[in-house]
Write a protein that binds this ligand. Sequence first.
Ligand SMILES: Cc1cc2nc3c(=O)[nH]c(=O)nc-3n(C[C@H](O)[C@H](O)[C@H](O)COP(=O)(O)OP(=O)(O)OC[C@H]3O[C@@H](n4cnc5c(N)ncnc54)[C@H](O)[C@@H]3O)c2cc1C
Length: 460
Amino acid sequence: MNPHYDILIIGNGIIGCMSALKIANLSDKIKVGVIGPKTRYGSASVAAGAMLNVFGEIDYFKSEDNYIQRKLEIGCLAIPKWLEFLESYNLKPSVLVADSTVVYLKPDSTELESGCFSAIKKASLNYKKLTLESSNIDFLRNTMQIGSSADFIELKDEMAISTPSLFSWFDKKFREKKNIDLINAYAENVAPGGSKISITIGDETLYTSKVLLAAGAYSNDVLGDLSSELIPLLFGAGTAMQISLPDKLKDILPPKCVVRSPNRGSTCGIHIVPRENGIYYLGAGNFVTHKPVKGHRLLTIKYLLECFESDFTKKANKSLVEPILGFRPISLDGKPMIGPLGSCPNIFVATGTKRDGLTYSPIIVDDIFKWFNNRDRNKNFIGWEPDRKLISYGDRNLAVQSYVDNKIGGLIEHNTIQHKDIERVERELRNEAKIFYENICLKFNLDDNFGIHPEVLNTF
Ligand SMILES: Cc1cc2nc3c(=O)[nH]c(=O)nc-3n(C[C@H](O)[C@H](O)[C@H](O)COP(=O)(O)OP(=O)(O)OC[C@H]3O[C@@H](n4cnc5c(N)ncnc54)[C@H](O)[C@@H]3O)c2cc1C
């Protein structure tokens, strides 16, 4: 007979694994099951460069903007928690691959990119995390192709981890722990039934008192009929690669430091994260869709390599490249989906983390831990429950302007339009947005001033 679990966790990405360990550590008597394919197919956590970035990832900064303030607060709380976690398991030597981040702005950057750079500068200055001169900046001024003409800042404490190393550690640790079962499968359906929830896996049914649903971008698909209560979840196909540089290029990047650009329009810019033995992570594209795409986006790989050549070195063409694909979980309104279901409080959903899930995970896991122990939840994610009403991106005109700016930034960055065409393209994009809005407002019953996140609008 199958055991009855105290908690079954659907999804073996960062949220699932961190939660499993924390809950199982409470007592040997607590029976935890982690369901997910051994390969972690499509996992965002595995595909991520895994920067623990609070400031490097922002697109704008306004002190009166509630969303950006919440985002920065969660990030600032998460960094010490990450350090605590890595130190408590002695994982710093094998998992922590960078201690800080240098952000550079290329001389011919678009308005969007320089706007993001200013926002990063302003926000990190406000939180006293900014350095304008450092040995890493001097290093890059000397080695980068555009080193003498670029602008640089260094963000203290913006670290990076190696998720392949972290997940092999988690898998080993779980095999050693008697109260954690690793279930190498896909959950197919969740059916609540009072204090006993059943989960179907092929021909088998597992029973549990509580469920943590953390299957990343696939989370809504697992819930069957219940999924209609959740706000829709999209797939942000993230394309990146591991790049193995030839020996002569191994000293063009500073050790233990992430080097990145700001957002360049519809992508999170280019970032290079050191891994082991001269291998670097180079990322990342973002293509948001309603269903997962299969196969690698070769144009994105080409674009990232071209950026690397033009910004860093023209001599990278003998490098070995291994493409990576994973799906960022993106909710229809772009905000996280964290909290128990109103109709079944024993099911907690934790997804919609978009580009920040690794950074936020210790704080999300704290919230999950409190829910498991029937204690009051943290205030950090209140209002971002998975079955909430959609949250507006802001006033409609502002949201449309943001959509237009992002698209124009992307088109200029990819040399698809020239400066003289900008006015015409802006007009066309505004008309396009109007048509999208008519369809979406009708479909989701949204009011006239509702604003949609630019990356999400693009999917329509
Ligand atoms: C290219 C890329 C770069 C990124 N860079 C960063 C970064 O630098 N910093 C940062 O903070 N964030 C980054 N992110 C975002 C971050 O990776 C995610 O927000 C976070 O990892 C989500 O973690 P998760 O545990 O919710 O989901 P995932 O890591 O996606 O894990 C979900 C797991 O569930 C499994 N699964 C799917 N269906 C089922 C099912 N039916 N049953 C059981 N299991 C199932 C999947 O195989 C997967 O292993 C990046 C994302 C991508 C794609």
